[in-house]
Design a binder for this molecule. Structure first.
Ligand SMILES: Nc1ncnc2c1ncn2[C@@H]1O[C@H](COP(=O)(O)OP(=O)(O)OP(=O)(O)O)[C@@H](O)[C@H]1O
Ligand SMILES: [Mg+2]
Length: 413
């Protein structure tokens, strides 16, 4: 996959850009020039590695070369403008291109390309690879069915008037498998997975969030098929009333226009935006209208709970367990998939402790010797789970669950 080839290059680019900026800020034009040339060299390698983007990368390589030429001037100009620092000993005068008449706009251009590269690098760094498959998800068959349908329609050849959904919003209580579903969609398609926590992007690029969104969708387009997963979507899509953050408003409007663009553009590139939230009722109506597909991801029912438990204990002997009665208790306790996973972990841990009383003394052994030994395991029984039930508590109440149902009746679909 392209991502694997270019990943280290983007890391080097990020490092070189950072060092360039630091050197520039410190007035070290020699080092800044060297770093700019390094960025240019990385861009040229990228141009070879990603033929589809060759031209764009070569252009950036050229811009970095111009940066290298101009950085001495820029530093000199800044020093001249700062009283008392006019004659720094950075050796700027020896820089190539120093003698040229630097145009004022050169500097603006410089910082713009630096910013663009930083955003591009950041967007690329959000790429992750998903190994999750639909079968790793217990229950949720209806949700999986809807998502698979959407993906199939988006991918298939079709008449122009059949427009696939470009975005799906997943809503539901915490821990019900929303992130897992998005990962499964990407994993099964072998698509590039952009895993984004909305508020993290917002705080990192405060004030530039709309450029960030363009960079993100640019990268998604480049690496299609892509799944852009925006987690904690409520962080950027709160109803506008009462939301005073200008930055979040800007981020939202550029996101909405990207989504509209996806819908309108006739393209055979598969790009799907999945958004997840625990609080759909806080959502801005403008956002909702861009996500006509709103799918509720519910707490697991009895069958689903059984399936999820099985998934989390699958390589142990559970023949002595009455899964039906376990699942029944889990429903009474309002357990989510995450609670079920924690329950299984806790029960397994209880079993492991019971069977291996000497664990802490074993930790004194050298690693090589430890590796030779086998952890003792036995079949799981109800006692291990009974003790685990005491520890795992659902944070949800029936009233909260009803709120999801009500919202679903009114806005879901
Ligand atoms: N349907 C499921 N099948 C198997 N495992 C599940 C399921 N739902 C949840 N889990 C387990 O719980 C963990 C948390 O699930 P996930 O992160 O997908 O929940 P979420 O709905 O995104 O939660 P949040 O709203 O808090 O982000 C998963 O990593 C997985 O181990
Ligand atoms: Mg999640």
């Amino acid at each position: 996959m392209i991502v694997d080839l270019t990943g280290p290059l983007f890391s080097s680019l990020e490092a070189a850009t950072k060092e360039y900026k630091e050197a520039k800020a410190a007035g070290d034009s020699g080092k800044a020039r060297k770093k700019a040339l390094e960025c240019s060299r990385i861009m040229k390698i990228l141009a070879e590695k990603v033929p589809a983007q060759k031209q764009a990368y070569l252009e950036r390589a050229g811009k970095w070369e111009r940066n290298a030429d101009n950085v001495g001037n820029a530093i000199q100009a800044r020093k001249a403008a700062t009283p008392g620092k006019a004659s720094g000993k950075s050796g700027a005068g020896r820089e190539r291109g120093e003698g040229r008449s630097g145009s004022g706009s050169g500097n603006t251009g410089n910082s713009e390309i630096e910013k663009e590269d930083e955003l591009l690098t950041y967007a690329e760094s959000l790429i992750s690879k998903s190994n999750v498959r639909w079968n790793d998800i217990g229950g949720l068959s209806e949700v999986k069915h809807l998502m698979k349908e959407t993906i199939a329609i988006a991918g298939l050849q079709k008449p122009a008037s059949i427009k696939p959904w470009k975005g799906i919003m997943l809503f539901g209580p915490p821990g019900t498998g929303k992130t897992l579903l998005a990962a499964a969609a990407a994993g099964s398609l072998d698509a590039t997975f952009f895993d984004i926590k909305a508020d993290k992007v917002l705080s990192k690029y405060f004030g530039e969030s709309s450029k960030m969104i363009s960079a993100l969708y640019g990268a998604a387009r480049k690496h299609s098929p892509s799944i852009v997963f925006i987690d904690e979507f409520d962080a950027i899509s709160l109803s506008r009333e009462g939301d005073t953050s200008e930055s979040s408003r800007r981020l939202l409007s550029s996101l909405l226009s990207e989504l509209d663009g996806l819908q309108d553009k006739k393209s055979d590139k598969l790009m799907l935006t999945l958004a997840a939230t625990n609080t759909p009722w806080d959502m801005d109506p403008a956002v909702l209208s861009r996500f006509p597909r709103r799918i509720k991801v519910p707490l697991p029912d009895e069958t689903a709970s059984r399936e999820i438990i099985k998934l989390h204990i699958k390589d142990l002997d559970y023949s002595k367990l009455d899964l039906d009665s376990l699942a029944e208790t889990c429903i009474e306790k309002l357990y989510s998939g995450r609670d079920l996973q924690n329950l299984c972990q806790q029960a397994i841990w209880n079993m492991v402790r019971g069977e291996n009383r000497d664990l802490d003394s074993l930790a004194d052994l050298p690693y090589k010797e430890l590796k030779e030994r086998q952890l003792k395991v036995t079949s799981l029984n109800f006692d291990y789970f009974e003790a685990a039930f005491e520890k795992i508590r659902s944070p949800l109440t029936k009233a909260e669950l009803e709120k999801y149902d009500k919202w679903n009746e009114e806005f879901g679909g």
